[in-house]
Write a protein that binds this ligand. Structure first.
Ligand SMILES: *Cc1c(COP(=O)(O)O)cnc(C)c1O
Length: 406
């Protein structure tokens, strides 16, 4: 039974610790881990009644599990969404949200600046099933207006985008999308549930890779889809029940523990990212720093209006191109080279040769992903140590690279 002593009106930091908790008869303080695939019934009659939908009883962990349900409830409370389904990965969440809703002959519109696998689903997988997909430059409202002048089933957007932290003005895009008959899906991974509230801006569905800030300690994969009760129960649930992207109860339990510290971690990493971005902007080797919390971000005004913080990620461009970017990454001692993000450990990525290596060079140019671009996911280290590491890496660039860069 839900713990109804925890009201829905509590503030986010409190929901992160208590929301959705259901205590077993043992009265445990920490959420129980129900690592079970199946459930037993008191009688054959109870099993029959459960399958008829006459009584509520867990049946099988592909359909539902008490630990996973606590996570879903806590995420829904945090997001201000009516319902949530947790999935095994962020990509399972994206895939299920799109494929459960779209059918042959439908049209979808997406911002071009998408996470690599989202881009593959939209440009390669969906067209295979006869779904027309149109890509727009997410920052350009005129392109959205043009693309949404025809009936459309779904819109997918990411803001801030991976890796170049470009923003979409979510509210007017939702208004245009709704007029075209579309549901709006926002991949809110980079903003986290704390720095941006897409549903309040008009979005219908919000998606997370829980692998990132929600776990936040680089341990497990997970995902979540949030939306109205009618859509989650009526459209998404039949799809996930029968296709099986279920989240392991063990991973759900770790993610519940991750949520308890989410606001502390996101606050600290956001402060660290802002300090790192300000430092990088002072360095002659860096051509451009992109951080939504800085006044020189091309959409700084929109960032202030739509987000409550600048994000935990920073993108920057070395003037010396790939050679300079690689040389710098190889000099880092504390910050690790990795394509993950949202970890307590700071991680540096070269998108052009890793996360976006399968995107054509022409499309990368359109997305602003140059060969000198580095994406930095700022973790929980003391920002002064991160700045020291970045400073020594830039200071130790080989002479030849330095000459090219400055
Ligand atoms: C990581 C990520 C995903 C995919 O999540 P997985 O958990 O790796 O499957 C989707 N969108 C964005 C923006 C991401 O950063």
């Amino acid at each position: 039974m839900p713990n109804d002593s925890i009201p829905n009106t509590l503030r986010p930091a409190t929901q992160l610790v208590h929301g959705g908790t259901v205590r077993s008869n043992f009265g445990e303080t920490s959420e129980a881990l129900f690592l079970t695939s199946g459930f037993v019934y008191d009688s054959a009659e109870q099993a029959e009644a459960t399958f008829k939908g006459e009584v509520t009883h867990y049946q099988y962990s592909r359909f539902g599990n008490p630990t996973v349900a606590m996570l879903e409830k806590r995420l829904a409370l945090l997001e201000g969404a009516e319902a949530c389904i947790a999935t095994a990965t962020g990509m399972a969440a994206v895939h299920a949200a799109l494929l459960s809703h779209l059918k042959t002959g439908d049209r979808m519109v997406a911002s071009r600046a998408l996470f690599g696998s989202c881009y593959w689903i939209v440009t390669t997988l969906l067209p295979r099933y006869g779904i027309e997909t149109v890509l727009v430059d997410g920052a350009d409202l005129d392109q959205w207006r043009e693309a949404l002048s025809k009936p459309t089933a779904m819109v997918l957007l990411e803001s801030p985008s991976n890796p170049m932290l470009e923003l979409v003005d979510i509210k007017p895009v939702c208004d245009l999308a709704h007029k075209a008959g579309a549901l709006v899906v926002v991949d809110n991974v980079f903003a986290t549930p704390l720095l941006q509230k897409p549903i309040q801006l008009g979005a219908d569905i919000v998606i997370y890779s829980c692998t990132k800030h929600i776990d936040g300690q680089g341990r497990v994969l997970g995902g979540a889809v949030l939306g109205s009760k009618a859509w989650i129960e009526g459209t998404l649930k039949p799809f996930t029940r029968n296709t099986g992207p279920a989240l392991s109860p063990f991973n759900a339990w770790l993610l519940l523990k991750g949520l308890e510290t989410l606001s502390l971690r996101v606050d600290a990493a956001t402060r660290g990212a802002a300090a790192v971005a300000d430092f990088l902007a002072t360095r002659p080797e860096i051509g451009r720093v992109i951080y939504p919390g800085r006044a020189d971000h091309p959409q700084a005004e929109l960032a202030r209006r739509q987000m409550t913080g600048g994000s935990t990620l920073v993108a920057f461009e070395l003037a010396g191109g790939k050679q300079a970017a690689f040389a710098m990454m190889n000099q880092l001692k504390l910050i690790a080279v990795s394509n993950n993000l949202g970890d307590s450990k700071s991680l540096a990525t070269h998108p052009a040769t890793t996360t976006h290596s399968k995107v054509s060079a022409e499309e990368r140019a359109r997305l602003g992903i140059s060969d000198g671009a580095i994406r930095l996911s700022v973790g929980l280290e003391d920002p002064a140590d991160l700045i020291d590491d970045l400073g020594q890496a830039l200071g130790n660039l080989p002479q030849a690279v330095r000459a090219a860069a400055e």
